[in-house]
Design a protein around this ligand. Sequence first.
Ligand SMILES: Cc1cc2nc3c(=O)[nH]c(=O)nc-3n(C[C@H](O)[C@H](O)[C@H](O)COP(=O)(O)O)c2cc1C
Length: 384
Amino acid sequence: MPTIACIDDLRDLARRRVPRAFFEYADSGSYSQDTLRANREDMKKILLRQRVMVDVSARDVSTTVIGQKLAMPLVLAPIGLLGMQHGDGEILAAQAANEAGIPFTLSTMSVGSIEDVAEGTGKPFWFQLYVIRDREFIKDLLARARAANCSVLVLTVDLQVLGQRHRDVHNGLTVPLQIKLSNVLDVATKPAWIASIARAKRKTFGNIAGHVKGMENVNSLAQWTNQQFDPALNWKDVEWIKSQWGGKLIIKGILDVEDARIACDVGADGIVVSNHGGRQLDGAPSSISALPRVADAVGARTDILFDGGVRTGADLMRALALGAKCCMVGRPYVWGLGAMGKAGVAKAIECLRKELEVTMALTGTRNISEIGPQVLADWPRNTA
Ligand SMILES: Cc1cc2nc3c(=O)[nH]c(=O)nc-3n(C[C@H](O)[C@H](O)[C@H](O)COP(=O)(O)O)c2cc1C
């Protein structure tokens, strides 16, 4: 077993263990991938302020987000087709998140269903909703999430239409899926992956199969999904969703100050400053560059979550310093899952936690509430 020191090591291992089409599905961004790259490049430009001789023997990384106590300021982001990185991927990731004391968010487009994850964990998790045209289906989906004790609804608002990822087109991972010879040959070289998928409870979109008549196999489901995403979705729909849900609501996919204000006006308990990991509007600013303005505008009105390009504990610190209450991560735990199943997800979380603890120590910070703009090297900005 290779030694894993950081998230990049998990990515290297996932690349070897997961079929190319699914590895690249997770790794890629949309179109020219400029926004995907900006998420990392802009993150690294933010310098931290080294402080010394502060007693940092007792450090605490726990925090509270929308009334929920978290062992650290981290949430596993919703990931479509997670169960294709490793069999039963959603259940395993949710278990690892529970053991680490942080929330797991189940995507509408997951392989494992709401009921599978509820049964496999026995603990509340977060559920992410894509609004599709069939509102009866949405109503039913929300009732299922409520019945499964999901504690938070994450409404994703940046995917009314799908940004194209060129690698998915080349790999035949279009909608509907194509079975290409190159994919078959590549999959044949990943026996551990084949075994994990063969053992898995499900091999198709678990939240949809069996709940929509005639939609029992991957191809027709994918086609149905493509036709069903609702380009007419608008702020008026949030009221209806809130009334159907009745619990805590986070709106995910906000980059703009005006949208952030409207999200607060419609009563979001939290927002996620996010560009969908550089997978939707290519040419949009990096999430980290958008965060300070959004935090200034609505940080006092709602809890701000952040995602896009978080790969280290220092990145968690950067986002918190710029106004986020906690971060979501996508690819870091996707790679962990593909590399080593549940142990890989646990490893990804552990890498981020340990790095955060060290970063806190070396910036003279003892707990999460102490993290503010003063941990940044350019503080105080523009003052003599
Ligand atoms: C493979 C993959 C699938 C995703 N699927 C969903 C999804 O189903 N719903 C959603 O709201 N966001 C989805 N996202 C976006 C993530 O929730 C998150 O915003 C993004 O991954 C954060 O960026 P990071 O990967 O750099 O951490 C997906 C991202 C990836 C990489």
